[in-house]
Design a protein. Structure first.
Length: 179
């Protein structure tokens, strides 16, 4: 995403590298994470951003209130229905012409146990084509896509596919987009 000083962004996680990069480029960054540990770590690592401990599924989001949204791998701990609902809400929260960056593990998996930060968690994901279709139904246009293989830094870890989508909100189904 090109830097736009003074723009309003939303994302979550540990703060690095995304929130740190956006803050350094002059963006106002709001990070939301359900984990108090992640929020505390992000606040310490990126003092120029604002971080809140909350479940994004319950956070009120006003239509067209953000210039951009970044969601890297957070969807994986939600059901497919929750993922589709949240992506549609986030698309509406972005101003027309705004940017949305998404990252996922593009595999057809539902409720499988995986290891994240040395902890077992349940993960659900879409295969690549289904993920892109879900994003498109939300009113986002995929502008760029990158796929790569990533091997977590832990003994015995297997390489896993990662999919990054850079999208633009052109329209949101069911709205006039007159914002």
């Amino acid at each position: 995403m090109p830097p736009v000083p003074g723009s309003r962004e939303v994302g979550w996680g540990r703060g690095r590298p995304t929130a740190e990069t956006l803050t350094a480029a002059g963006h106002d960054v709001l990070g939301i994470d359900i984990s108090p540990v992640m929020v505390e770590l992000a606040t310490r690592q990126v003092p120029g951003a604002e971080f809140r401990c909350a479940d994004i599924r319950a956070v009120p989001l006003s239509d067209a209130s953000f210039d951009a949204v970044c969601v890297y791998f957070a969807l994986l701990q939600m059901s497919r229905e929750e993922q589709a609902h949240l992506v549609a809400r986030l698309a509406r929260a972005v101003k027309p012409g705004g940017q949305v960056a998404l990252a996922t593990v593009p595999v057809d998996a539902e409720g499988v146990e995986v290891v994240f930060m040395d902890q077992p968690v349940r993960a659900t994901s879409f295969a690549r084509d289904d993920f892109v279709a879900m994003v498109t139904r939300a009113g986002l246009t995929v502008r760029a896509e990158q796929s790569l293989m990533f091997t977590p830094a832990r003994p015995g870890a297997e390489p896993e596919p990662h999919l990054f989508l850079h999208c633009r909100r052109d329209r949101v189904p069911g709205t006039s987009d007159s914002s």
